[in-house]
Design a protein around this ligand. Structure first.
Ligand code: SAH
Ligand code: MG
Length: 947
């Protein structure tokens, strides 16, 4: 296999595999085998079975691991087991390297050795044997053999570098400068060919190689040849890119007959005598891998082959700036951009059309296979977001990967990310493999689950990440020679390491975008500062020589565009629900080009379903501003000034027509959109994004502190959900002996049961009994009465307000815990959580409050209400007075002293000591004391330390 160099040559030099490869070549063979591992062997995260899973069993997880045996002529080694094949291979290679006692630097071949290897490679490429293999170069070989006259059999050297990865990597080994100056490789190949003068001829000043002895006839007519159906005429659509900027880029097309060498036709189009002096750029990497530029070797190219650096000076005038920009390599003279080549699979040509549309897409870096997925179909609508929020909301390649791709395209080193936590991060992984347990009783009613299940007999594995740490990250963009070009080092710290890395990558990308879109140098410097970016101007401009000047693309000042508010006409009966920052808006849209004088409009771009995250700049600002004012079901129409010609041309598939419209009339873009759906940012996601530790963790900590300060021995958690509080409690030393949880969600209770069971059976501390009840906390049940401590965190807002009032009465009037902690969101704080969507918020609030109701959305679609501080305090004070409790207000997240108060508001009720003057309390109870109380809750799970 010749392909190994693709990734191997560039990236893996110095890796154990590369060392083994340079030493043994094809004499080293890697055999990878799969090793199956069951969950018993590994610790993995728990998978919570849905209620429909029979018997609540957790399916066994199987992991495929890999082991590799490396066989060398003298011995073989076996690697350890790894998740990834390539790790196993590297491990095996490392073992072999160790065994051989190779010091890495010894593995590096010398200049002479590499040249020798190059000579033998070239010799092989012109051998009988090679013509019989499948390789893109063999298609060229055969085609050159079909040429008429003198040119028959003369093979363009540039095709060797374009087709053979191995030759390329050998040339790079001879001189790393080949990376930045690919023409240097041609001279090395010529040197190699001259050492093979017995079998190859390559006259001085010629850019071709010819085999001296003809190929045996049967090899030319090899079976591979006959296998494929007779080749057909191929029509190539390509672009002609003149080096004179004033001359326009033009589409050209030509037919390639089976009897003709396509390179000759391209040469002809460039007014050259033959393909022999035709050069091929490296892949532009911006459309498909076959998209390359073809151009004539500059005159006197060979007279001083080795000093091609001087060449750059002498040919400066004919530098083709537009072509050079596309492949980030110096291209001289007129050029043709085409995607055509022989493939590995057959000798037939594979052709891809290159249109003006592709050209403009390449210019603005929004190619169909481009990195940022949103932009693939939405050329004029999508934009690179300015912030990274959550992975789930992101579409396509992550910013870090986009940046890596970018650096690879520009021949830079892999960007170096350095991230660290600002304090120690503790990761706790507890792993328990339990058989059927005596202590664990599940009593799940038939109707709740659809089937009865008695006892878990599954392994319970819980992984919890306890982390108080925050992360900071820095990224460096380095040249191939490891010189620092740019550093981005935000001062902010992030809750999660990944967010931090992605954000820093995004900042660099946004800034590079500004550069490539032609922002003024002054603004570029200011924005660098704002983004915490510092760059080395000299190195930067050296690496990105072919920047914005090429297409005179001038990005509009975004602020200016926003200020010129466009009139948005919203139609239709909406649902009243509008998307806010962080939520995903799904729209259907179309954009048309509208010429001013009533000419018919031209559709440019449309999508039936297009989803993007609000508040991140993932689409053009007009659209985002419009969508923020709409509610689900509504449609809107607005028109804007055209952003710039390139974008319009990149979106259009009819270049001639659109271009003439743009040049003849004043045009505007008309958007027609409908908001189809909103996916809310989940409450806990939002909390995670804004608070560290998370708000839910802060609530739990608040409760745990109060419990520890008290001498409570019994605790009841009303609306315990998945047991987050009960679970966390068990991590602390408290005086609690009895813990109880109540909830109406059986699914959550099952989760809670597993977690608690796992923890308690390991170390129950002081706890002697634990019970989980399925039941509503607004219904009386004697078993919920008389606890030392009651908690009810973020539950009341999940009930109708009326129910919440009822719960207030029941809990303080009937259940009567000595201390009761109740938390609920502070509605006023939503301005902080949702109001970060830039400047349009004020207007937004105003409009909605005019429409009555709430300017802000609730934090969770399941919330029936969210109270202001005043509403909550009035509710709490009323029930406290009524049932003889003292109440204190507090909260978590933010500060109580600063507007708008805490994010979560908390009331702590303490039972007043009984006094003779206190009237009988039973009278306050909503349920008459004479009425017989039937216990309404069902036990879902029960645990006792004694049995
Ligand atoms: N206290 C938990 C869960 C909060 S989510 C925590 O802080 O993590 C709200 C919970 O209230 C849900 O689990 C829901 O099932 C529960 N809930 C809502 N109405 C209820 C009712 N009437 N009785 C009992 N639980 C209820
Ligand atoms: Mg809630």
């Amino acid at each position: 296999m010749e392909v190994e160099g693709v990734a191997g040559g560039r990236k893996n030099t110095g890796t154990p595999k590369a060392i083994i490869n340079s030493k043994f070549g094809s004499n080293a063979s890697y055999v990878v085998e799969e090793v199956v591992q069951h969950v018993q062997d590994v610790c993995t995260e728990v998978s919570v079975p849905g209620l429909s899973v029979p018997g609540l069993s957790i399916p066994k997880k199987v992991h495929i691991m890999y082991r590799c045996r490396l066989e060398l002529p003298e011995f073989s080694v076996v690697s350890g087991t790894f998740r990834k094949k390539k790790d196993a291979e590297q491990d095996a290679a490392q073992q072999a390297v160790d065994k051989l006692g190779i010091h890495p630097s010894i593995g590096k071949p010398t200049w002479e050795e590499s040249l020798e290897e190059l000579v033998s490679r070239i010799s092989y490429l012109f051998s009988d044997k090679f013509l019989g293999t499948r390789h893109p170069m063999t298609g060229h070989l055969r085609a050159t053999l079909r040429r008429e006259g003198d040119h028959c059999g003369s093979f363009p050297i540039s095709v060797i570098t374009a087709c053979d990865v191995k030759v390329n990597s050998l040339c790079k080994k001879i001189d790393p400068k080949v990376e930045s100056n690919p023409s240097l490789a041609l001279s090395f190949i010529k040197v190699a060919a001259s050492k093979l003068s017995g079998s190859l001829s390559s006259p001085d000043e010629k850019l071709w190689i010819k085999r001296l002895n003809p190929y045996p006839h049967d090899i030319i007519e090899s079976p591979i040849d006959q296998e494929s159906c007779p080749p057909e005429v191929a029509t190539v659509h390509a672009l002609y890119i003149p080096s004179v900027m004033e001359e326009p880029v033009e589409p050209i097309s030509f037919d390639v007959l089976p009897s003709v060498y396509y390179m000759d036709i391209i040469a002809q189009k460039l007014r050259m005598a033959s393909a022999s002096e035709l050069l091929i750029s490296r892949p532009t990497g911006k459309v498909s891998s076959e998209t390359k530029l073809y151009y004539a070797a500059p005159e006197m190219y060979w007279s001083e082959a080795s000093s091609s650096l001087q060449l750059a000076e002498s040919c400066k005038d004919s530098l083709n700036v537009r072509a050079s920009y596309l492949c980030d390599q110096d291209i001289y003279g007129n050029a043709i951009l085409a995607a055509v080549d022989y493939t590995w699979k057959s000798k037939e040509l594979s052709v891809e059309d290159i249109s003006m549309q592709s050209y403009y897409r390449m210019l603005i870096n929004k190619t169909p296979a481009g990195a940022y997925k949103l932009s693939r179909g939405a050329v004029i609508t999508a934009a690179l977001p300015s912030v990274f929020t959550t992975k789930t909301n992101w579409r396509g390649l992550l910013p870090r990967d986009i940046l890596n791709t970018f650096c690879r395209q520009y021949g830079l080193a892999e960007p170096s990310f350095k991230s660290g936590s600002t304090c120690q991060c503790e990761v706790k992984v507890s792993c328990e493999l339990a058989g059927p347990s005596k202590k664990l009783k599940t009593m799940i009613s038939e109707n709740a689950t659809g089937q009865a299940s008695a006892g878990f007999s599954t392994s319970i594995i819980k992984e919890s990440v306890e982390s108080e740490s925050t992360y900071q990250c820095e990224v460096k963009i380095l040249s191939k020679t490891q010189e620092v070009i740019l550093v981005c080092s935000p001062k902010e710290s992030f809750k999660r390491q990944n967010d931090c890395i992605q954000t820093v990558a995004l900042r660099v990308l946004s800034w590079l975008n500004m550069y490539f879109l032609g922002i003024e140098p002054e603004k570029l410097n200011t924005s660098a500062e704002a983004l915490d970016i510092t760059f080395n101007p000299e190195r930067f401009h050296e690496e990105f020589r072919f920047g914005p000047s090429i297409h005179g693309y001038q990005q509009r000042d975004i602020q200016e565009v926003i200020n010129k508010k466009s009139q948005v006409d919203i139609e239709g009966q909406g649902s009243g629900i509008s998307p806010t920052s962080g939520s995903l808006a799904r729209i259907t849209y179309s954009v048309s080009l509208v010429p001013a004088d009533g000419h018919t409009k031209e559709l440019l771009e449309s999508a039936d379903e297009f989803e993007f995250e609000m508040g991140t700049g993932a689409v053009i600002s007009h659209l985002e501003v419009a969508i923020a004012q709409m509610s689900v079901g509504q449609s809107a129409c607005f028109s804007i000034d055209i952003p710039d010609q390139e974008q319009i041309l990149a979106a259009s598939d009819d270049f001639t027509r659109i271009n003439s419209l743009l040049n003849s009339y004043h045009c505007r873009l008309e958007y027609s959109v409908k908001l189809l759906h909103i996916t809310e940012l989940l409450e806990d996601k939002m909390e995670q994004a804004f608070f560290s530790p998370t708000l839910s963790k802060q609530r739990v900590e608040f409760a745990v502190d109060r419990i520890r300060q008290s001498d409570a021995t019994s605790l009841i958690d009303f609306g315990c959900g998945s047991g987050s509080l009960l679970d966390s409690l068990l991590d602390y030393a408290t005086g609690l002996e009895k813990i109880v949880g109540v909830d109406i969600s059986v699914k959550s209770l099952i989760h809670a049961a597993k977690v608690l069971h796992s923890k308690l059976s390991k170390d129950s501390g002081t706890i002697r009994s634990a019970v989980l009840y399925d039941g509503s906390i607004t219904v009386l049940d004697s078993r919920l009465c008389g606890f030392d401590m009651g908690t009810c965190l973020e539950v009341i807002e999940h009930m109708e307000e009326e129910q919440a009032h009822m719960f207030g009465d029941i809990v303080l009037g009937s259940f009567r815990p000595k201390t009761m902690i109740i938390s609920t969101p502070n509605y006023e704080y939503n301005v902080i959580l949702q109001g970060s969507s830039a400047g349009n918020q004020e207007e937004n609030v105003h409009e909605k409050s005019q429409a009555g109701e709430h300017p802000f959305k609730f934090r969770n679609h399941d919330h029936k209400f969210e109270w202001t501080r005043q509403q909550f305090e009035s509710w709490a004070t009323k029930i406290a007075t009524k049932h003889h409790y003292w109440v204190q207000f507090s909260g978590v997240g933010g500060s109580g002293d600063v507007e708008p108060g805490f994010a979560s508001q908390i009331a702590v009720f303490t039972m007043e000591p009984p006094s003779p003057s206190t009237p009988s309390r039973t009278g306050d109870s909503p349920v008459s004391s004479t009425e017989e109380v039937t216990d309404s809750c069902k036990v879902v799970w029960e645990w006792n330390s004694s049995n």
